[in-house]
Each structure stands twice: as structure tokens, then as C-alpha cells.
Design a protein around this ligand. Sequence first.
Ligand code: NAP
Length: 290
Amino acid sequence: MKISGATRTFGVFGDPISHSLSPAMHNEVLAMSGIDAVYVPYHVKPAQLASAVAGIRAMNIWGVNVTIPHKVAICAHLDEIDPEARLIGAINTVVNREGRLVGYNTDGGGFLRSLKEDLAFDPHGRKVLLLGAGGAARAILVALGHAGAHWVGVANRTEQRARILVDEFRTIFTGTQLADFHLDFSPASKLMDSLEGVDLIVNATSLGMNKGPAPELPWEQLSENVCIYDIVYAQEGTALINEARTRGFCCADGLGMLAGQGEVAFTLWTGVEPPSGVMKRRILAECSGK
Ligand code: NAP
């Protein structure tokens, strides 16, 4: 990597940040695309967020990603929020347009890109069961609504959170039927009764993180055509995806979504479409210590 007086900068704000895979994947694509820029991690504590955002303008940083815990708080410091990010209520990407800072959320775009590339799945007109009602589930629900899913059921451990989420979006995505459930697959539960015709099940809970247990699915009741997407990812495969694969279901973990959100951000910043698969391969290599 050659750094000159003309080299521009990108970065990622987070606390903690040292685990971030974004510098590796973005620097690889910057180098391959011949763009004279570097991408660096910034450890930004919550109390310093406003100053850090001012620093984007002051130092003419080209753009930043934003991760935990700043995804919601940063919205108050930006000049403009993209409509999709506004619906989601959180951003993960800031584009510096000549000092005007615009916030985007590329998680939903990354999810849709991964569905297409990893599962050849188009949600338009399909029936999707979404497990979880946290920040990531919200981004996925918005993406599925925009993609024209026919039905989305949101099932969450805390049922009330699923209900609030669904109530909020029912009037926005009028072409998509929305339903809320308690995350409970016991026989004769409302959730079990809704399984017929489901095309895709998405795990957007944090179950399966850090080698934890997977959400328990009623495998015997699922049609063999159901696809399983786990937004959680692990180098050795998440428990959910390992089980789905063993049982012969079409499935993918969240590595493609992570790469996909990075690809969408990269294009927003530079106008350049990253070479296909490079970010994903870089993440895999980083995870395996190469
Ligand atoms: P979050 O806002 O904290 O939401 C967590 C969700 O998990 C909630 O729905 C919560 O249910 C549920 N949950 C937690 N523990 C549970 C348990 N023991 N049993 C059942 N449900 C449980 O987190 P988030 O930001 O949405 O992230 C969720 C996961 O997605 C994380 O693992 C994160 O790493 C991953 N993620 C991946 C990508 C990617 O690019 N692949 C992007 C974003 C997030 P309650 O409401 O009942 O607490």
C-alpha cells in the first residue's frame, strides 16, 4: 500500500473496534480497484461521538462505517438520513458529500444481496418467517418490505417487541402481510400453525453467537423446500446452519450479509462496484488467521 499526500481516508467508528473485519475487507478492495485511499479503525467512545463526527468534516474523511454502540446515536449529528435508514432508525454508513454528511443503512441491502448470491432467493411474493425483533431484524423487515415479500411473520422471545415492530410497519408496507408471534414452536402454538407455505426462515436473533445454541426449529414440520438464513456467522458454521446443512436444507450464514453491507457501502462512497466475492473471501481469510 502506497500512501501519498493525495491519499484519502475511510474508517469505522465503534467501541470496541479492534475486532472489526471492515478494515481488512475494504483495504483489499480499495487496493484492487486502484483507488488512492486507506480505511482505518477509530475507537470512538460514546462521549466523543459528536467530536468524532465533526472530525469527518474537519479532516475531510471520505466516509465511515458506524458500529456498536453508535448506530442510533449518530443520526442526531448528521445533515441528512437516507429514507430507508430513517425507517430502520439506525445507520451504519456515512457518506461525506463535500462536508454534508449523509447517513445510510446498508444491512438490508447486504442481506438481499446475500440472499440472491448465496441462496438464489428472491423474496418478492414469498412467505418469510423472521426470528428476532432487534436492530438487525428491523433492517431485514424493511428490506423484505421493499423487496415485495408477500408475508413476513416476526417471532420474538419478547412477544411485545415483535408486536410493536409489526404494528409500526403494517401501515408502511401495505403490500406485505405482517404478523407477530411469540418465538415458541410448541405443538398447536400460533407460530406452528403459521408454518405452512413458508419459503424462508431467517434467524435475526443473537442465538448462535459465540458458539452458543441455535434457535430450535421444528425441523420435521418444515417443507424440504424451505431455505434457512442465519444472519449470525461463525468460521466453523453456526449451529443452526450446520444442522440445516446436515438435514439437506438450502442454507447460508451471515458472512454474505456482512460482505454485502460492505459492498453496498463501498459503492455509495466511491461509485465503484467492488469485484464480486473479494470481501467475503477476505473475511474468511481473516477469520482463519491468514
Ligand atoms: P439486538 O438488537 O440486541 O437483538 C437481539 C435479538 O435476539 C432480540 O430479538 C432478542 O430477543 C433475541 N435474543 C437474544 N437472546 C435470545 C435468546 N436467548 N433466545 C431467543 N431470542 C434471543 O441485536 P441485533 O443487532 O439485532 O443483532 C442480532 C444478531 O445479528 C447478532 O448476533 C449480530 O452479530 C448479528 N448481525 C449480523 C449482521 C451481519 O452482517 N451478518 C448484521 C447485524 C447483526 P428479545 O427481544 O426477547 O431480547
